[in-house]
Every structure is written in C-alpha cells, then in structure tokens.
Write a protein that binds this ligand. Structure first.
Ligand code: FE
Ligand code: FE
Ligand code: ZN
Length: 281
C-alpha cells in the first residue's frame, strides 16, 4: 500500500483541498494548520468540515499531516516569541485533533544563541504545556537541515526533546529527505546505516511521516532548499530507494517539492510508475 500525497493549499478551504487530493491521484496530504508566515487561521464551518470528512472517507485517505507555521519558535528565549509559540502549538494541537487529523508536524526551533541544551529545555516546556495526553493526534518533530541555530539536526537532539516530555507517547518524528541529507546523514550511499542510526537513537517505530524532497544543496551543506524529485543532489535512485526500503513500507510520504498541484500530480504518477504501483484508482 503506497500512501503518497503532497503539500496542498487550504486557501480555498479544507474540503476543496481534499477534492484536489483526489484530482492529483494522491491519497493523503499535508497542509498548513494556519497562515505559515503569520498567526491567523480560518474557522471552517460545520458544513465544510462534513464535506471534508466525507471525501476523505470515501477515497480512503491515509493519515493526514498538518504543518505548523514557520513563525513558531519553541526554542526561543525571547519572551514574546516563546509565548506566541506556546499558544500556537497548544491551539493547533487542539484544533487539528478536533478535525481528526492524525499528525501535526513542526520545526523544533532555533535557539538563536542560548545554546542547544537551553533551546531543547524551552521546546520541552512548550510541548508539556500543550499536550494533554488525551488527544488522538500525534505531534511530529521534523528533522532539520541545521541552518543557523536550528535544533533537530541530529537524531540525538530529537531524542533529547522526547526524553523530557510528560507524554512522549504523543510525539513522533517526521523525516525530511532533503533536510537529513543536508544535515549530513548519507541517505545516498548508506541508507541502511542512516536507518540503523535512527533506530538505535530514536526507534524506527517513531517514524510516522516522510517529507520526500530532493535537495538543491550538496550533502552536509546545512541549507534547506528543496528540489523536485530527481533534479537535486540526492537524485532519483536514492529517493526511490527510500520509498522502496522494506523498513519504511506503509509510512505516508508527502512531497514538498517546489511544484503546484499539476506538477505534483505528474510527480506522483512518475513515482508510482517507477515503484511499480498501479497507475491510479
Ligand atoms: Fe517542515
Ligand atoms: Fe519538510
Ligand atoms: Zn525544508
């Protein structure tokens, strides 16, 4: 069973986004939980939500993934920034859980000078005030490229965050192929080694979602620039090997390649052909 989708716009509503998922022959999607570069969000009407749920059920979508805004920095030592981040993560966990979304992914944050350890302590505090332990949704920490003072560039940092949590069972990991490659995990020449490392440090059962992207930047560059599949430094074969890996079967894949819906449709079609999955439903 291949669960594959792309990052979709919810600018015209979440029901429209679900319709678009069907149009591009996908069976899941990622979408922003609110304005990715601000703080606003639209409240969906009961009718809209009912339509969204109907489409999702009828077309047997796999787990859906909401992405928290980029403006959220739970590692920050700036009081305003931190309070904002705490408020947003708490609200969005509750909002997305109420919508029946399976996963909410967020960038752990940038410590902006206070150091990794202090940054991680802030992230842990923010998550502990946000997660009640009674929700169905799982919060996913995204693996980061390590630009600037980003936290989450090593599996150990993600482990340290999880170790501080009161409800670690509600927190998993989203692996971004572009980010790990850029962070210095060699998924091109040693995918087995990287997965063994992930398993040793975190446990592969915590890997709940994969962001599938090629990288414009070379290995270990610590820069976050996505490329379309096959057009970057990771390359087609290495990315297909990730999707084919026996240990990763059944984990939903979300494309975040720099394409609109039509481009994602073609990219998904191409991947299905190369992976020998039936053309479409
Ligand atoms: Fe992300
Ligand atoms: Fe990503
Ligand atoms: Zn990225």
């Amino acid at each position: 069973m291949l669960i594959i989708g792309a990052h979709m716009s919810v600018a015209k509503g979440i029901a429209k986004a679900a319709e678009d998922v069907v149009k591009i022959n996908a069976n899941t999607m990622q979408f922003f939980s609110r304005n990715p570069r601000g703080s606003t969000f639209k409240t969906y009407t009961g009718e809209e939500i009912a339509k969204f749920q109907r489409i999702r059920k009828e077309h047997e979508f796999g787990p859906l993934l909401a992405h928290a805004p980029y403006t959220l920095n739970l590692a920050s030592n700036n009081e305003k920034t931190y309070e904002f981040a705490c408020m947003v993560i708490k609200e969005d966990i509750a909002r997305m859980d109420a919508l029946g979304i399976e996963y909410l992914v967020f960038h752990p944050g940038s410590h902006t000078g206070i150091g990794t350890e202090a940054g991680i302590a802030n992230i842990v505090g923010g998550l502990n005030q946000a997660i009640t332990g009674n929700e169905n949704i799982m919060v996913l920490l995204e693996t980061m490229s390590g630009k600037g003072s980003e936290i989450g560039v090593t599996f150990e940092e993600l482990r340290a965050i999880r170790d501080g949590l009161e409800h670690p069972e509600r927190v998993g990991v989203c692996l971004d192929s572009c980010h790990v490659f850029s962070a210095g995990y060699d998924i091109v020449n040693d995918l087995d080694g990287v997965l063994d490392e992930f398993d040793r440090v975190l446990g592969l059962d915590l890997l709940k979602a994969i962001h599938m992207n090629d990288s414009m930047m070379p290995f270990g560059a610590h820069k976050d620039r996505h490329a379309t599949i096959g057009d970057g430094e990771i390359g087609m074969e290495a990315l297909l090997n990730v999707m084919r890996h026996p240990k990763l079967q059944g984990i939903p894949i979300y494309l975040e390649t720099p394409l609109e819906d039509e481009g994602h449709k073609a990219e998904i079609q191409m991947l299905k052909e190369k992976l020998n999955f039936p053309q479409s439903k």
